[in-house]
Ligand binder design. Sequence first.
Ligand code: CS2
Length: 488
Amino acid sequence: MQRLNSGLVANLNIPRFTYDRASVLPGIVHIGIGAFHRAHQAFYTETVMNQSGGNWGIIGCSLRSPSVQQQLAPQDGLYTVLERGNSNRPQIVGAVQKVLVGPDDPAAIIQAIAAPTIKIISLTITEKGYCHEPARGTLNLDHPDIQHDIRHPDRPKTAPGFIVAGLRQRWKNGLPPVSVMSCDNLPNSGAVTRAVVTSLAETIDPELAQWIRDNVSFPGTMIDRIVPATTEQDIQWLENEYGYRDEGLVVAEPFTQWVIEDDFCSERPAWENAGALLVKDVAHYETMKLRLLNGSHSLLAYSGYLASYATIYQVMQDADFVALTRRFMTTAATTFSAPDNFDVAAYQQQLIDRFANPGLQHKTWQIAMDGSQKVPQRWLNSLRGVIAQNGDTRIFAFALAAWIRFVRGVDEKGESIIVSDPHAANFATIWQEHGKDYDAVVKAFFAQHSIFGSDFQENLLIQQQTADWLRNIANNGVKKALRDLLGN
Ligand code: CS2
């Protein structure tokens, strides 16, 4: 089967780039070139170049594995975005020019950031890539990789380390600053990125830190598109339908949204022409999306996985879980103010419909990863709001119990669960030490300050409720516990 590449693309009867790829200069260095970036920001950038050209080629960087480079290099950077909903719509994207791999050649990434044509560094490095304390939003200076980057600033491992090294090079060379744009599911994404980058720069060179503070901007964004990990089955499907093999294929839902804080110290693509919303303040959008979409996602991931559902689509075929999602969103929606003129009720219904998209194989296990990095902004901030209003906290206690039960690492049939989380070892120790004493388990979880802050340790009511749900789930199974929660 023929592999996608520049030669083959002309023979394919599929929508593709309309600009002259060979003459485009790189304008963006993107760190974390996974499926999400390729289906989202790269796709918007592609649309802008299809509309009006521009030097917005993307240099992708992977800080851990070479797999995306191995997928895209033989394909000249080309890949397909396959939209799956009521119909299937493929499009071949040309925006990515090459992929660099951090551990193989850190200097190449630093040089790429320091290239004169680069205007933007963008990031999709997942929550843990910021090496911060999720409960506080500040750099974790004890993080082993940050320690490494402080000792070896010229061959960093972390995203903050590469950004500082690249900016340092630009500063030394007298080049203009670039905008550093976070596209991860973080609250105050711009401010958190600014905080981790400037804190790290401070430890390396205070004058550089000052230059960054004075010159570099850190626009925050709210990004949204459901992009499950691509499977071999997806690749086979494309091969059968369209007659070519694309190892870099990404599958995404039709829905897409991007709200960007208009705070660029450099030129940027006219993303608004591709449907992005440029706003003065992105916070309301970020909060709403994190608490409703991502909050529901994590709830469905833990409780759905325990109920033996492999995908979010499957979970949404169970009426009890749909009722759970609706109730969760209704409660969470009382804790924030929506963006101006925004119909939050319609947004909630749209989320239910999006989760139920039968074309997406979005694994509950995939969303369940890295709970320690996600729970604070997805649940705990809403829970604080509900507590402040003397509202009904039980649904959050149920969610926390499902998460704590999940990270025990054994499912309801006794099969082991692979727990992928930077805190997985802590969680395992807590379970080993406290076994069936669910009150003690919950107490030990709530004492993890980098996740829970310090307020939940003192909240005996929430601890009690969470321990009760944990007991209920352990004794009766998650489905029965859910029916108790719903009053069925
Ligand atoms: C998901 C997100 O994996 C997860 O934790 O909640 O990746 C989600 O699919 C996106 O934020 C949707 O925009």
